[in-house]
Design a protein around this ligand. Structure first.
Ligand SMILES: Cc1cc2nc3c(=O)[nH]c(=O)nc-3n(C[C@H](O)[C@H](O)[C@H](O)COP(=O)(O)O)c2cc1C
Length: 189
């Protein structure tokens, strides 16, 4: 019997039960429907220090900071699919998400082989208050370029404009369906 796929969601919104969280849950629901094991991490609840650009990782292979990023990198290594999720804050990702992303620097620059990044499939979820989807462009472009630079496989993108208040996304059937389909696709691929 083949092992079930493992899906790890990394949620960059500080709002539990917020729009990003709601759509991530739908991605995970879709993934579970096709047999995946799923887990979700709220980055806001993690202790993740910012990258200090000391470049110690180039010599040692690891970041000098001992914080929740160690455990997160282990969980990322054990997962086939990463769901990377953030609301748009000032045309970009939240500070919590960016801090997490910056800490990819050590496994990218330091470790050989770059095991954590091998054979992962990525689903991106971006939510925003503005009804214009163009407001998500800078954030989506960050994801596209960063993932392509690393060679990660972006298999689905869920963009949710026009969701502002806590829970707005739960009334958006179109977005919920899209998120669920993204979860199914990511596992089935
Ligand atoms: C600090 C902050 C900055 C924001 N900046 C933007 C923005 O630049 N463009 C936008 O469309 N919405 C912006 N928003 C609205 C959020 O993107 C929107 O409320 C989103 O649904 C929040 O997701 P959540 O419910 O998962 O927290 C901002 C919200 C906050 C709190």
């Amino acid at each position: 019997m083949t092992e079930p796929s493992r899906v790890l969601a990394l949620v960059g919104s500080p709002r539990v039960g917020g729009n990003t969280d709601i759509l991530v849950d739908e991605v995970l629901r879709g993934a579970k429907e096709v047999g995946a094991l799923v887990e979700k991490v709220y980055l806001d609840r993690c202790m993740i220090g910012p990258c200090h650009a000391c470049n110690a990782c180039e010599d040692t292979g690891v970041c000098f900071q001992r914080d929740d990023m160690d455990e997160l990198l282990d969980r990322m290594k054990r997962s086939d699919v990463w769901v990377l999720a953030t609301p748009v804050y000032w045309w970009g990702a939240t500070a919590q998400f960016k801090q997490f992303l910056d800490r990819w620097y050590a496994p990218w620059h330091g470790a050989e082989p770059k095991e954590v990044f091998e054979n992962r499939r990525i689903v991106v979820v971006v939510t925003l208050g503005d009804s214009s989807i163009a407001t998500a462009d800078p954030t989506l472009e960050m994801f596209r370029r960063a993932l392509s630079y690393i060679g990660l496989d972006l298999v689905a993108t869920v963009v949710a404009p026009g969701v502002y208040a806590l829970g707005d996304a739960s009334a958006r059937t179109d977005l919920l369906q899209k998120a669920r389909a993204a979860g199914r696709t990511a596992v089935a691929e």
